[in-house]
Design a protein around this ligand. Structure first.
Ligand SMILES: [Zn+2]
Ligand SMILES: [Zn+2]
Length: 296
């Protein structure tokens, strides 16, 4: 098993620091759950280096959503990407079972620029995520963002999400499609989601991206893992490589529900995952659950 989606800092924590000790604690907790390797994947937008990419991105968006997004980025973009990467590399060089990653959010029309910027860093794996539709943060539970759901058609939201995934995948900027059906996070799902599942699975398959199987959805209003079983089966049928992930933002949730993910994969006939090194995939067995009280 892997935990290939981990954050070092909660979203509400602006004053952050980087410590090898924290990364070692993540590894210990992951190991106790039978996870053999973790990826550190802090959000790109938490770093000042993202500012030229996001500048002016939503100038033509709804003013309230645009102002909310501006405030969100201003609160988050406070850290130095170079320092983050140096710390993650140091953890790896110290022998911890860590790969150096980043969660790269989707920036419409700007993924080539993102790719060029990130090419200068020694990343092992880049997650590609769609968290917003234009300036709407559909997965944020603040009143403005959630209120948007009552003004929009669910099918149109899923269309816009799938369009964004198509562009993200085609850009080749990232290696793994994170939380592939995140658009369901607040519990809004089309009556017949199959056509969107087909589109999402096809985007991953045709781009060569892997897809993430994440326990994070179980604690959200959608109350199921990402991806839904119907999407997971489509990914498997198309031969898309898979990672497993918790998307934890603190130690307590590292490797969360790894056993449930293992059971899900087993029921879908999956016994191999893909890990990454220098952005090249390699096979990692799902592996057995650890014996009670023992890590592996
Ligand atoms: Zn995410
Ligand atoms: Zn994340």
């Amino acid at each position: 098993m892997l935990d290939y989606h981990l954050h070092l800092w909660p979203h509400d924590q602006a004053d952050v620091s980087l410590q090898l000790e924290q990364i070692a604690d993540y590894c210990d907790r992951a190991n106790a759950a039978g996870v053999v390797e973790i990826a550190l994947t802090e959000h790109f937008f938490r770093f000042v280096q993202s500012e030229p990419i996001v500048a002016g991105l939503f100038d033509d968006a709804d003013p309230a959503l645009r102002a909310s997004m501006r405030g969100y980025w201003d609160r988050h973009a406070r850290n130095d990407l170079d320092l983050y990467v140096e710390t993650a590399v140091a953890a790896k060089e110290a022998g911890l079972p860590v790969v150096v990653g980043l969660e790269v959010d989707f920036y419409r029309g700007r993924m080539d620029a993102v790719g060029r910027l990130l090419d200068g860093y020694p990343f092992d794996v880049l997650l590609g995520s769609v968290h917003w539709i234009d300036a709407w943060r559909f997965d944020d539970f603040d009143p403005l963002s959630m209120g948007e759901w009552s003004t929009r058609q669910v099918d149109a939201c899923w269309d816009a999400y799938a369009d964004a995934i198509d562009e993200l995948a085609a850009s080749g900027a990232c290696d793994v499609l994170a939380h592939p059906d995140l658009i369901k996070v607040a519990g809004h799902v089309p009556e017949r989601p199959e056509e969107w599942w087909d589109r999402l699975a096809e985007a991953a398959a045709s781009s060569g991206m892997a897809a993430e199987v994440s326990s994070a959805g179980w604690v959200k209003p959608c109350s199921e893992q990402y991806p839904a079983r119907g999407l997971l089966d489509r990914l498997v049928a198309r031969g898309v490589g898979l990672t497993t992930a918790s998307d934890a933002h603190n130690l307590d949730r590292v490797a969360d529900r790894a056993d449930d993910l293992r059971a899900l994969l087993s029921s879908a006939g999956v016994d191999q995952l893909v890990g990454f090194e220098s952005r090249k995939p390699r096979v990692v067995p799902v592996g057995p659950a650890p014996a009670p009280g023992e890590g592996r």
